[in-house]
Design a protein around this ligand. Structure first.
Ligand code: S6P
Ligand code: ZN
Length: 193
């Protein structure tokens, strides 16, 4: 017997504004939420006192039924840097070890950084139209290296859960910084002190 939430649901994207409707939840992250993540702590602290700029926002729509728990999110990372490090998401690994995720880049340019608990690292270069599969047990973070918003859609299962601690501890092996006006991947000193 079908329950009320077992029927098909559609959401509508506005492809010129890159938003969808209805948005069921919205999360915003500012510099103060990311203090542990940027390598230039002084630059981050200064930005916090100068208005604590918004780095990115995530819009959510979940599709929970009596037997499934898919979620779709749209993440918009605004352009800019903290010190020399480009705006980026916090990054996380999913709590469950059998959960994959799909990311689809709608606009902008940057990197999807991926890393396993054993320290395998990948950086996927992103432009509009790149679709990436994040396999289970790869931590993931996105970085906006462009002059425009970086906008992407993610699709996953809510029961995958989040573990932010593993990224918060040491970050990813590489930082994405602006060097001579160009995005550059450099070694993260927290990995090789
Ligand atoms: C969820 C998915 C994304 C991120 C979002 C923000 O599994 O990976 O929707 O939550 O891009 O990143 P973060 O690291 O702050 O959750
Ligand atoms: Zn994820």
């Amino acid at each position: 017997m079908l329950q009320p939430n077992d029927y098909p649901v559609s959401v509508q994207f506005d492809l010129s504004k890159l938003v969808f409707s209805p948005v069921l939840e919205k999360v915003e992250r500012r510099v103060s939420d990311m203090a542990k993540h940027f390598h230039d702590k002084d630059a981050a602290q200064t930005l916090v006192t100068q208005g604590d700029k918004l780095l990115y926002e995530v819009l959510y729509h979940s599709f929970e039924t009596s037997k499934s728990d898919m979620v779709m999110c749209l993440t918009r990372i605004f352009s800019g840097t903290v010190g020399d490090e480009y705006h980026m998401t916090k990054g996380h690994i999913h709590a469950r070890d059998d959960q994959a995720e799909i990311y689809f880049c709608l606009q902008g340019e940057g990197y999807l950084l991926l890393q396993t608990l054993d320290g395998e690292f990948r950086a996927e270069r992103w432009t509009a139209g790149t679709l990436s599969h994040i396999p289970p047990m790869w931590a993931h973070r996105t970085v906006n290296t462009g002059t425009n918003d970086l906008v992407f859609v993610s699709v996953f299962n809510l029961s995958a859960g989040y573990d932010y601690g593993v990224v918060e501890a040491k970050g990813f092996k590489k930082l994405v910084v602006e060097h001579d006006g160009q995005p550059t991947l450099t070694d993260n000193p927290r990995w090789n002190p």
